[in-house]
Design a protein around this ligand. Structure first.
Ligand SMILES: [Zn+2]
Length: 319
């Protein structure tokens, strides 16, 4: 009985927008609102021209905020073509090559030559406005990558990562980090958040967390942390009905988990969206459809605009 009462109460609390007019307004706005895709890997199978075409077709106004792990390793041609609409970052390709060469131990070793070069380059690129942040830094994907040889879990607040934060901090940049939500990784992120208060930390895939309370506590206490919701949609999973996918999936074309709607409405300024096209099988258009029809349309109009693009524009200083 108590459980039924609780369910009834929760449904009442989370069922907004309340009137049908609002629902229609949200649905319409979710279709039309421009999107900032803050987890868009440009890869050798997506040329700058193709990216531009895809963005225009889907009304995605900004794209990027992660690197091109399978090349082209230099993404300057995307920036040249798309100008302010491309969100250039540094670090993903370099960390990928350090991991290939030295394994997980290399990722926390300040003496690795690639790190020295990366830090020197970053200083220069930030100063010239050619990058806006670091990322995607993959530091704990011990179960969240389908490819076993690509998995690793390392200390997140290691010396080289702190060195990147120091640079980001000086230039009002952001750092996008892919980490699962293990308690030790979360503690390391908290430490970075406290030490570098001016740096925004974008948590890729919202840490693949299925524990909304863990995310709620984090957002409540650490005002420079943000969640981006890429790879949390049904189409991202080879087997969306597996136990793991059921835990990780938050939305699809025609559904969204209510507990996440509630969390996003509680922290409307802290969420962003992305498509994470990390391999050519990821269907960009389908991901955008899932974002618009599943996720955004369930939110209140003001929240839709924030999550779709306004949070990214503010945090990543886009124009
Ligand atoms: Zn990614």
């Amino acid at each position: 009985m108590l459980i039924r009462k609780y369910i009834l109460l929760s449904v009442m609390v989370i069922s907004f927008p309340v009137c049908s007019q609002d629902i229609e307004h949200s649905k319409k706005l979710a279709q039309e609102v421009p999107i900032a895709d803050v987890h868009r890997h440009v890869q050798r199978w997506v040329s700058p021209e193709l990216l531009k075409k895809q963005m225009e077709k889907s009304n995605v106004k900004w794209s990027g905020a992660v690197g091109a792990p399978f090349g082209p390793y230099d993404t300057m041609s995307y920036l040249d073509l798309l100008k302010n609409q491309y969100i250039p970052t540094i670090g993903q390709v370099e960390l990928g090559s350090i991991f290939d060469q030295y394994g997980a131990a290399g990722l926390i070793d300040m003496n690795v030559k690639t790190y020295k070069e990366l830090l020197a380059n970053a200083e220069h690129l930030f100063a010239n406005g050619k990058v806006k942040g670091f990322g995607e830094l993959i530091l704990n994907n011990k179960i969240s990558n389908p490819n076993v040889s690509f998995r690793r879990k390392v200390k997140i607040n290691s010396a080289p990562i702190e060195a990147m934060f120091t640079i980001a901090d000086q230039h009002k940049g952001f750092v996008q980090i892919h980490s699962e939500d293990d308690p030790d990784s979360v503690d390391e992120l908290k430490s970075l958040s406290t030490k570098f208060k001016n740096t925004s930390i974008i948590l890729s895939h919202c840490m693949f967390s299925s524990d909304v309370n863990r995310i709620k506590n984090l957002l409540e206490s650490y005002s420079n942390m943000f969640c981006e919701m890429s790879a949390r949609s049904r189409s991202h999973f080879m087997n969306p009905d597996s136990e793991r996918a059921k835990l990780w999936v938050v939305y699809g074309e025609n559904f969204v988990k209510e507990e996440w709607v509630q969390l996003i409405e509680e922290f409307p300024t802290r969420f962003m969206v992305g498509t994470d096209t990390y391999n050519p099988k990821i269907d960009f258009e389908k991901n955008i459809k899932e974002i618009r029809e599943g996720l955004l349309s369930a939110l209140q109009p003001a929240t839709i605009e924030l999550v779709a693009y306004k949070n990214a524009v503010r945090v990543m200083r886009l124009e």
